[in-house]
Design a protein around this ligand. Structure first.
Ligand SMILES: *Cc1c(COP(=O)(O)O)cnc(C)c1O
Length: 424
């Protein structure tokens, strides 16, 4: 049998789907599912730990995959969590994360949120000078484990995707490093300000952009320390952003390469003089989850073959709205989950929503499919379920994890009553 290169890439997902169907971890009411390779997730965290000095806090970005059942696994294996909203902060707590291992970032923190974060004792990164002025009135006795930092935009430039790049000349996040003098003055005036934070961007940024950003942050640290007359900066948070490959034949930088590039350009991160934090999201989760949907209908018109499936712009918001940028490799499997082989034809893969842009792919080469077959959507572990759209009020699918060949339900399929309750 002839498998295409993309189908070969989907082989592990197909084996997992077949096993889930065989053991009835998925039943006929599961029109779609998201499945995580939990051992693969563990391996990612291990790779991050191996690339940095011991003691580095890898605060995994909750926004990429907010389910406590997934986050708690990482927390139990030594990860921290990064929260970008008050509910994300509480998801981190629900995942069993100690406040001293939670980083709270958000560009819009309110005074009550700041107060709560300080009393919990999390690591807080202020976004801007106005937020620091608010903190002046609140910081009398932050818990001893807490630290407060400032987010700085290193202004290293944009990656290939403007919408996920935040370190251009202008950004809505942080204070730009061009305000160096004011930034240093802010530290001189506030003995409790001991952290420095940056996040360069996400998918589409080359390694050099991250290492340049970290270098700029460390040079700023040197100047702040000098102006404060001692080692003021005790915590440097270099953010997340390592990209992943979403396409067959496209390579991604490895965590080991990133660590080696940082060790070369930013040795201070490895000499034990600083607490180092990272905030990886996409790199941690994307390749560890895939989605599968049954094909409900197949429509044919001259020049058009369309498979109508149960996932579209509800779970793959970016793919459907900005299809050129947010590609997912797709593969076809039979009703038992086994990969389909043979001749490929151009297929449209349409989602279930009442929205004419609701396509996961147009004219994608796939083996012919029929109702009851499956479409596998690869690299669906980050920023997919997390961005679930309530439009059309469809039920969120079941989320499974697999470890050592055993399946666990990480989140049950949403019931119709749950959706009705959401809108009440
Ligand atoms: C989104 C975000 C992250 C995670 O980015 P990834 O590209 O998923 O690694 C980390 N830190 C901050 C501040 C973010 O906004």
């Amino acid at each position: 049998m002839e498998y295409s290169a993309v189908a070969r890439r989907a082989a592990p997902a197909s084996r997992i789907l077949a096993a889930a169907l065989a053991c009835k971890a998925l039943d006929e009411d599961d029109t779609a599912a998201l499945i995580y390779d939990l051992d693969g997730l563990d391996a990612r965290l291990e790779a991050a730990r191996a690339a940095f000095v011991p003691g580095t806090l890898h605060a995994v970005a909750v926004k990429a995959m907010p389910m406590p059942a997934v986050l708690s696994r990482l927390v139990a294996r030594g990860a921290g969590l990064e929260a970008a909203s008050l509910p994300e902060l509480h998801l981190a707590l629900a995942a069993g994360c100690e406040p001293s291992r939670i980083v709270f970032d958000s560009p819009a923190k309110t005074v009550p949120e700041l107060r709560q974060a300080l009393s919990l004792g999390v690591h807080l990164n202020a976004d801007n000078f106005q937020e620091l002025a608010r903190l002046d009135a609140l910081v009398d006795a932050p818990s001893s484990a807490a630290t407060i930092g400032l987010r700085v935009n290193p202004q290293v430039g944009l990656g290939q995707i403007a919408d996920t790049s935040v370190a251009g000349e202008f950004s809505k996040f942080g204070e730009p490093v061009e305000k160096r003098r004011e930034i240093i003055e802010a530290y001189v005036a506030r003995p409790w300000l001991t952290g420095l934070h940056m996040h360069v961007g996400s998918q589409g940024c080359p390694l050099a952009l991250f290492t340049r950003g970290a270098r700029i942050l460390l040079d700023l640290r040197r100047d702040i320390d000098a102006a404060c007359g001692g080692a003021r900066i005790t915590r440097v948070d270099i953010g997340g952003g390592l990209p992943v490959s979403y396409r067959e034949g496209e390579s991604e930088p490895t965590m080991r390469e990133y660590g080696a590039a940082l060790a070369r350009d930013c040795p201070e991160l490895f000499d034990g003089s600083l607490a180092v934090f990272t905030e990886f999201g996409r790199w941690m989760f994307a390749g560890q989850g895939f989605a599968a949907s049954r094909v409900e209908y197949v429509k044919e018109q001259p020049g058009h073959r369309t498979a109508v499936i149960h996932l579209g712009a509800d779970m793959f918001l970016r793919t459907c709205y900005v299809p050129g940028t947010w590609h997912h490799d797709l593969a076809a499997a039979g009703p038992d989950g086994a990969l389909k082989a043979g001749a490929e034809n151009p297929w449209h893969v349409a989602g279930p929503l009442c929205f004419s842009g609701d396509f996961l792919a147009r004219s994608r080469p796939l083996p012919d499919v029929a109702p009851g077959d499956f479409i596998l959507i690869l690299d669906a572990g980050a920023y997919t379920f997390a961005m679930w759209s309530r439009y059309n009020s469809r039920q969120m699918p079941k989320v499974l994890g697999v470890s050592g060949g055993r399946f666990v339900t990480l989140k049950e399929r949403e019931r119709v009553e749950d959706v009705v309750a959401f809108w009440r």
